[in-house]
Design a binder for this molecule. Structure first.
Ligand SMILES: N=c1c2ncn([C@@H]3O[C@H](COP(=O)(O)OP(=O)(O)OP(=O)(O)O)[C@@H](O)[C@H]3O)c2ncn1[C@@H]1O[C@H](COP(=O)(O)O)[C@@H](O)[C@H]1O
Length: 97
């Protein structure tokens, strides 16, 4: 069975590809300025998904689904802002002490 731990790194690469070589897709389109600025569109989704996670937790319903949506949109923001994935892993590692 494929090791699932690499999925975040794989996803991150796909999102960088969508940013750098845009196609007609959700992630390419949200990372492009349109009637709204790309950053504002992404931040709006992060806000929405945060609220949805809070509701999911309080209702004990769809917790994993909503947490995944929030993590996904946080990763999208980081890709858009040009953060390297290893900077995120390094920060987690630093906190392990
Ligand atoms: N993991 C995801 C992922 N999670 C969520 N979403 C999209 O995020 C959007 C917003 O999520 P919502 O929960 O708000 O969904 P919604 O209720 O349909 O949207 P609204 O009605 O609220 O606007 C939806 O269109 C989802 O499809 C994702 N879109 C893409 N990915 C990954 O990103 C890769 C690149 O995506 P594309 O750009 O579509 O090729 C894909 O291969 C996937 O691995």
């Amino acid at each position: 069975m494929k090791n699932k731990d690499s999925i975040i790194r794989e996803l991150y690469q796909v999102l960088e590809e969508r940013r750098d070589n845009p196609i007609d897709s959700y992630t390419s389109n949200i990372m492009k300025d349109s009637d709204k600025k790309a950053e504002d569109k992404i931040l709006e989704k992060v806000g929405e998904e945060s609220a949805e996670l809070i509701i999911a937790s309080k209702n004990d319903e769809n917790l994993v689904y909503e947490a995944t949506d929030l993590i996904f949109h946080a990763l999208l923001l980081l890709v858009y802002k040009g953060v390297e994935i290893d900077d995120i892993f390094d920060e987690f590692e630093r906190r392990r002490g």
